[in-house]
Design a protein around this ligand. Structure first.
Ligand code: IMP
Ligand code: MG
Length: 195
């Protein structure tokens, strides 16, 4: 859905900006992987909206698979201790892999995931992340395809959630008052969805 102005939320990436940038990312990936058939390894659940829009704009042959990982610590914090909850069904040995992520924050989650994937002997691994909160990075990571660099703030929308809410907003919003959201996870539901 497309919200209007909602008190406490600040638009940082509009639906139009997302569309333009995702098309650019898809064009770059399509050029780099021309003649190949990469596997897009998508991290559930936040990256699914991005995956759909990205792959529909790619002009190459590709495969899609999913992985679900949980970082211990909920809400904002990430500990780097990660458990695989759902693994790939594709054997990525000898394959070109493109990891599709919604947001890289400290980088701990992706760092763990990249180690797991490399241990399976893929031919290559690259990362396509829609959002990069680079000021919060703890571990240095290669991000070959980056949508937007964003400041250190908590964001929701376009797949990104807080306590499973707000994924189905078509733009990305900064939560101005995070304490309000922590106290009441559905604080913006009425403003966005009218109930
Ligand atoms: P990292 O391990 O600190 O890089 O955390 C990455 C994960 O934390 C992302 O895949 C998201 O699931 C979540 N995350 C980090 N920042 C945000 C945010 O601003 N909004 C929603 N989820 C976030
Ligand atoms: Mg994620």
């Amino acid at each position: 859905m497309t919200p209007g102005e909602v008190e406490g939320l600040r638009l940082i990436v509009s639906a139009e900006e997302l569309e333009v940038r995702i098309t650019e990312l898809a064009n770059a990936i399509s050029a780099d992987y021309a003649g190949k058939r990469p596997v897009f390894v998508t991290i559930l659940k936040g990256a699914t909206q991005f995956l759909a829009d990205l792959t529909m704009r790619c002009s190459i042959d590709l495969e899609i698979d999913f992985m679900s990982i949980s970082s211990f610590g909920s809400g904002r914090s990430s500990s780097g201790v990660v458990r695989i909850e759902k693994d790939l069904t594709t054997d990525i040995t000898g394959r070109d892999v493109v990891v599709v992520e919604d947001i890289v924050d400290t980088g701990l989650t992706l760092n763990y995931l990249l180690r797991v994937l490399h241990a399976r002997d893929p031919l290559s691994v690259s990362v396509c992340a829609l959002l990069d909160k680079d000021v919060r990075r703890i571990v240095d990571l290669p991000i070959e395809y980056r949508g937007f660099s964003i400041p250190d703030s908590f964001v929701i929308g376009y797949g990104l959630d807080f306590e499973q809410l707000y994924r189905n907003i078509d733009a990305i919003y900064e939560v101005v008052d995070v304490d309000r959201l922590i106290a009441s996870p559905d604080a913006f539901v009425a403003g966005l969805f009218g109930h």
